[in-house]
Unconditional design. Structure first.
Length: 260
């Protein structure tokens, strides 16, 4: 039986079975995968310290794989297909894998460094918002921390404004999607579907899930039976899976010595 002839649930499980090598890689008990001193990634790290690209990419990939593993655990081991919650897991996997691709993909070191600094600036701003919310005053201000990033950019000949420019996950997912065969639009649309379901948006319920109109509703009102759409879940999860695989491939390429 060819893959496309298998039921969507079987295809989904078969795809998620392939995450085993990734699970071993993120396992703290596994041998650490090093970055070659002569690799492009080592060069990036040395120029952005203490905001190393290799560390944040590993962190993002750990999140992506962890959520794909949770999806597999629910579907394969618990054998439960929820209507909504799997899309939250897919969304996190897609966002984090996209972040890794977004930072690793540019051929230009200046572009990679700029994206790493923008990602760090986003993290600083988000963390400072939490401090403001709870009334906590840290040892350094937000501007002090952002100035560190501007200093790295200045040292590397990168525009300081570009280095701390705000970045959203919509931009990250869209640009990373341009590195895939399905392209920017389809990748971003899939991310928006997952996000919409996570937020409880009606448009995603009507467009992404199985629905059957039931009789007996008053005029102008629809009674609908909503159920899980495994084919749509397979569709969305496959994009997260493929983006994660691409991120691992890019990480391995950037970590290798060009002389190996």
């Amino acid at each position: 039986m060819q893959e496309r002839e298998r039921p969507p649930y079987e295809q989904l499980i078969a795809m998620l079975e392939q995450i085993e090598p990734w699970l071993r890689r993120i396992d703290p008990a596994s041998p650490a995968t090093g970055v070659s001193p002569s690799s492009s990634l080592h060069g990036d790290d040395s120029r952005t310290h203490p905001y190393e690209t290799s560390q944040v990419v590993w962190h993002s990939l750990s999140h992506s794989v962890d959520h794909l593993h949770m999806l597999r655990t629910v579907l394969r081991d618990a054998r439960v297909i929820h209507m909504y919650s799997p899309y939250s897991l897919v969304r996190v996997a897609l966002e984090n894998a996209s972040a890794a691709v977004w930072m690793l993909a540019p051929p230009s070191r200046a572009d990679r460094i700029t994206r790493r600094l923008r990602f760090a600036a986003s993290d600083i701003r988000n963390g400072e918002k939490v401090k403001e919310l709870v009334g906590h005053v840290g040892p350094r201000t937000k501007d002090d921390r952002l100035d560190d990033l501007r200093g790295i950019a200045r040292r590397e000949g990168i525009d300081e404004g570009s280095a701390v420019k705000r970045v959203t996950y919509e931009e990250i997912v869209r640009v990373a999607g341009g590195q895939t065969a399905i392209g920017e639009v389809t990748t971003c649309m899939t991310w928006k579907i997952c996000s919409g379901i996570a937020h409880g948006d009606f448009w995603t319920t009507f467009n992404a899930l199985e629905r059957v109109e039931l009789p007996g509703a008053p005029p102008g009102v629809a009674h609908l039976r909503i159920s899980a759409n495994v084919e749509m879940l397979l569709y969305a999860a496959s994009f997260a899976f493929d983006m994660t695989r691409l991120a691992w491939d890019l990480l391995d390429q950037r970590s290798r010595s060009p002389y190996a």
